[in-house]
Design a protein around this ligand. Structure first.
Ligand SMILES: Cc1ncc(COP(=O)(O)OP(=O)(O)O)c(N)n1
Ligand SMILES: Cc1nc(C(=O)O)sc1CCOP(=O)(O)O
Ligand SMILES: [Mg+2]
Length: 212
């Protein structure tokens, strides 16, 4: 497993149940990891506990193969059950409780929408990264609050790893990095693809944005 510091920079791939239906989940995620994704978030809004557990376990094994980290969205108990990391939104439970449950080595991230104040609160509650969004038109979350690059500049003063999310593509991602994003979290811009080969090519190209 990679260290926290190593993982908190680069491409952050997020799964989508519709885009990755029909047996696409594992091959498409493997393609993203092979292309260099450092974090993979399992984002599944269903209540099918058994399927969620088996998919999360399979993704965790894949992440370990590629030295990446698996982040579970919303569900601290599933993360604890399989020894994975966690992302919490503002209504998904307490960051401090999650830290107690998962321990100091777990990566725990927090949604901060477009508000610096939420980021300060998340850091005070031991979040490892702060996530701002949405930056562009998002097919996944069209109604999310809009963030901008001024916010990224202001967030630099917090000296904490920053994730940008929302409508990010290969064409619009690099400007967010220039303004201070340490990670780009992507669903459609990565996984809306006809083949895993395309996903891997995109993941490589996203990863290259961080070294250019
Ligand atoms: C990296 C990252 N940033 C933000 C979110 C959004 O979390 P939330 O507001 O809880 O919304 P849902 O994703 O749960 O619908 C995220 N998942 N990941
Ligand atoms: C899950 C999520 N959270 C957002 C936020 O602004 O907090 S935007 C978003 C959707 C990201 O998917 P896509 O890359 O397809 O736009
Ligand atoms: Mg959530």
């Amino acid at each position: 497993m990679s260290t926290k510091q190593h993982a908190l920079s680069g491409l952050y791939a997020i799964t989508d149940s519709a885009l990755l239906a029909n047996e696409r989940l594992l091959p498409y995620c493997e393609a993203a990891l092979s292309g260099g994704a450092k974090l993979l978030q399992y984002r599944d809004k269903s209540s099918d506990t058994a399927r969620r557990l088996s998919e999360a376990k399979a993704l965790h094994t894949l992440c370990q193969k590629y030295g990446a980290r698996l982040i579970i969205n919303d569900d601290m108990h599933l993360a604890a059950k399989i020894g994975a990391d966690l992302h919490l939104g503002q209504k998904d439970g307490s960051l401090l409780k999650a830290r107690q449950l998962l321990g100091p080595n777990a990566i725990i991230g927090a949604t901060c929408h477009a508000q610096l104040e939420l980021a300060k609160q998340a850091i005070a509650q031991q979040a490892d990264y702060i996530a701002f969004g949405r930056f562009y038109n998002s097919q996944t979350k069209p109604g999310a609050a809009l963030a901008n690059t001024d916010l990224l500049e202001q967030a630099q003063q917090l000296n904490h790893p920053i994730v940008a999310i929302g409508g990010i593509t290969l064409d619009n991602g690099s400007v967010l990095i220039q303004h201070g994003a340490n990670m780009l979290a992507v669903i459609h811009g990565l996984f809306a693809a006809d083949t895993p080969v395309t996903v891997e090519q995109r993941a490589r190209a996203f990863s290259a944005l961080f070294t250019d």
